[in-house]
Design a protein around this ligand. Structure first.
Ligand code: SF4
Length: 454
């Protein structure tokens, strides 16, 4: 199903749609308040964008430097060309250590690679430890947002899920009670599992260290208790120097949730004695995106989710309608790079209002890139035939004033005389709209009568 069809499913529940919209707008407003408290906010965004630009332009050097430093620190570096190789490496490390159960903190890369499914098919039990991720995992759903994975669910949904899987009282929706139940459930996993997998928010080329940001401390708890820590990162997570962390950490949490800083910003530099620490650096299409001049900036993304929270389409269509690991405006730029045909609908799931670009902490020109993707997709033949024909007809009409005037007259007449030809079940525009009364004349006709010799 494409975005429009999946969105139609989501908006069938009108109350939930409004609630989803308002909840994300609330987060967007928190972001604004946090940003406005920093006078140098715009300068910070510019610096962050430039640091990322430097990183992308000198990627090879920084990756080599990172590998050298991290290896010297006692970390084992692995390179994966694609999702399959990434998954195989994780599985191999687990097998070598005789481990068949792991815990995992939030990592959009592992969602992108479908790691959970791969490991489960190979007999490894995976427990997500981020609360939102655990909720969607128990429901066998995908995260619908990169920062707020269960934002599409209400308290009642969580209560029902926990009653079914964790044995909480039926009908209980008390967040304190449900969180405590999740805490006890996860605590047992933390202390018993021998391997922990985390994502990486920033990898520092200068020192070979990496930083993982969470609000729940679940990445730290898992990594500190486990004998084997595996950290997975797309290569774009690299930043040149440790001093640059300050710029990104100030931007990330404020943009994501309006917090001054993420509750836990944990630095990992070397394994503790007796522990193994692995980092898997993944390409999976990133080199290709780096080579696309118009889209390479999308690799600057620090996954704050602000573009989703502000997007009028995302807020009212829900994250699952994007059918890719990363939803929303940035996901609609990243996904066609991985599979143009399958994701050809996504760059069209936007009003191009530009709100996403305005809030992006690393100044990605998101709406411009969505517009450019549309042109690429049309050129590559990935839009429906009916749309192509309609656009050709529209181009002809708009470039011939006489045809345009005549079409306007015919259209106004049809709307007045036989409205069902325009407003019917086959015309999706009117599914949720009322057809306005057609004007008696066009603006052009009105103007030529009323211009009074001007
Ligand atoms: S594109 Fe920008 S706003 Fe969107 S998630 Fe990435 S960093 Fe945040």
């Amino acid at each position: 199903m494409n975005h429009a069809e999946l969105a139609e499913n989501f908006i069938k529940d009108a109350d939930r749609t409004t609630w989803h919209d308002e909840t994300l707008w609330f987060v967007r407003k928190k972001r604004d308040l946090a940003a406005f408290q920093i006078p140098e906010w715009e300068a910070l965004r510019e610096v962050a964008s430039q640091i990322k630009h430097n990183g992308l332009s000198n990627m090879h050097n920084y990756l080599v430097a990172f590998e050298e430093k991290a290896t010297a620190n006692g970390i084992k570096i692995h390179w994966a060309i694609d999702a399959l190789e990434h998954n195989q490496i994780v599985h191999r490390i687990l097998k070598e250590n005789g481990i068949a159960e792991i815990i995992k903190s939030k990592s959009m890369l592992t969602e992108e690679c479908h790691l959970n499914e791969y490991l489960e098919e190979n007999g490894v039990d995976v427990v997500d430890t981020d609360l939102g991720e655990r909720i969607v995992q128990l429901r066998q759903e995908k995260p619908s947002h990169i920062v707020l994975p269960a934002i599409h669910l209400k308290k009642k949904d969580v209560g029902d899920t926990f009653h079914k899987h964790l044995g909480t009282d039926e009908g209980s929706e008390d967040p304190q009670y449900l969180t405590e139940a999740a805490r006890q459930h996860l605590r047992e996993k933390f202390v018993s599992r021998k391997a922990a997998l985390t994502g990486v928010n920033f990898a520092v080329a200068e020192t070979g260290e990496f930083v993982v940001c969470t609000n729940e401390g679940n990445a730290d708890m898992g990594a500190h208790l486990a004998d084997v820590h595996i950290a997975c990162m797309g290569f774009e997570k690299i930043i040149p120097e440790r001093k640059h962390l300050g710029v990104f950490l100030r931007l990330l949490a404020r943009s994501a949730t309006g917090q001054p800083i993420t509750t836990y910003s944990s630095h990992f530099k070397k394994p503790r004695p007796g522990q193994q620490m692995h980092i898997i650096i993944v390409d999976n299409g990133r080199s290709q995106q780096l080579g696309r001049e118009d889209f390479r900036n999308s690799l600057k993304c620090i996954r704050c989710g602000a573009c989703m929270n502000t997007c009028p389409v995302y807020r009212r269509s829900g994250g699952h309608s994007y059918h890719s690991a990363v939803a929303g405006p940035i996901g609609s730029i990243l996904a066609p790079n991985l599979d143009m045909r399958k994701n050809a609908d996504l760059p069209f799931a936007s009003t191009l209002c530009g709100s996403c670009s305005n809030v992006c902490p690393v100044k990605i020109d998101i709406h411009d890139q969505l517009y450019k993707w549309r042109q690429v997709l049309v050129k590559e033949g990935h839009v429906p035939f009916s749309k192509k024909v309609a656009m050709r007809a529209m181009t002809f009409t708009l470039s011939h004033p006489k045809v345009f005037n005549a079409a306007g007259k015919v259209g106004r007449g049809m709307m007045g005389l036989v409205p069902f030809t325009v407003s019917n079940g086959l015309n999706p525009w009117y599914k949720q709209r009322e057809m306005p009364a057609p004007p008696k004349e066009s603006f052009r006709e009105w103007f030529s009568k009323n211009r009074n010799g001007q």
